[in-house]
Ligand binder design. Structure first.
Ligand SMILES: C[S@@+](CC[C@H](N)C(=O)[O-])C[C@H]1O[C@@H](n2cnc3c(N)ncnc32)[C@H](O)[C@@H]1O
Length: 242
């Protein structure tokens, strides 16, 4: 079964995207700078100047899409998981969503995910879809954001080939990836044969130039005492004018 369709990961991602600092990390010794990843992939990579259309690929339960909606007139947010898209849509319509934070074994705490005050839910369209087989009438965008998606795709090259048509000339592409290539998601013959950023540069040339790359730590809480601390490589690209 697709792990992203499970209630366990739905709830883990609701906490990851919408949990407060105290809800995610109650230990002063912990890596607080790794909190708020789904917010930071937008705020630390984009100028937040008014934009017309944004696309969030692999949007999960929707936090980055809601962040984009604060300064983009329209945000299309696509994920392969119907469970994640249903959760994002419920937050969009209700402004809040109940979920459980797993503490250990059979112990959970009920929590509520809430939309950020700056979100403009009326500007977001959530849909299920495959980032490597997007509908042909999707159009093009000023901003395309794909956080921690490429190393979860069976054939990431298919998305990289489509990107020049998805980003308007002069527009911005944000890709983050922890470069955790795993056979269960991507057959090894489709992994980059060198460092991921170099592979991205070669695959995206000549349509895109690399503007900036940065390390972006993130923290996923699995239980009260077990966390995944990971450092994503974020890269920001400009679609060249031809
Ligand atoms: C590691 S999560 C990252 C989610 C989110 N962008 C974030 O940074 O928290 C990967 C996401 O990609 C989605 N995904 C996996 N394969 C996909 C595909 N072929 N098309 C669209 N989304 C996909 C998963 O359902 C999941 O929500």
């Amino acid at each position: 079964m697709n792990p992203y369709e499970t209630q366990k990961l739905r709830d883990e991602y609701l906490l990851f995207h919408f949990g407060t600092a105290a809800e995610v990390l109650p230990y002063p010794e912990g890596p607080a700078e790794a909190l708020g990843f789904a917010v930071r992939t937008v705020t630390e990579t984009l100028p937040q100047a008014p934009a017309a259309r944004a696309l969030d690929l692999g949007c999960a339960v929707g936090r980055s899409a809601f962040e984009l909606s604060a300064f983009c007139e329209s945000v299309t947010a696509i994920d392969f998981s119907g469970t994640f898209i249903n959760a994002a849509r419920e937050l969009q319509s209700q402004g809040a969503l109940d979920y459980l934070r797993l503490e250990e074994g059979a112990v959970s705490t009920p929590l509520v995910a809430r939309l950020p005050a700056t979100a403009r839910p009326d500007r977001v369209q959530f849909e299920t879809g495959d980032a490597t087989d997007l509908r042909p009438d999707l159009g093009s965008f000023d901003i395309v954001h794909a956080a921690n998606l490429i190393c979860r795709l069976p054939e990431p090259a298919k998305l990289l080939k489509r990107l020049p048509n998805l980003v308007n000339q002069g527009g911005t592409l944000v890709i983050t990836t922890p470069c955790t290539w795993l056979g269960e998601f991507t057959p090894p013959e489709h992994w980059p044969n060198g460092p991921t950023l170099q592979w991205l540069k070669e695959s995206l040339a000549p349509a895109f130039t690399l503007t900036r790359s940065l390390n972006m730590p993130f923290l996923i809480r699995e239980t009260a005492r077990k966390f995944q601390w990971t450092v994503a490589e974020a890269s920001v690209w400009t679609r060249c004018k031809s």
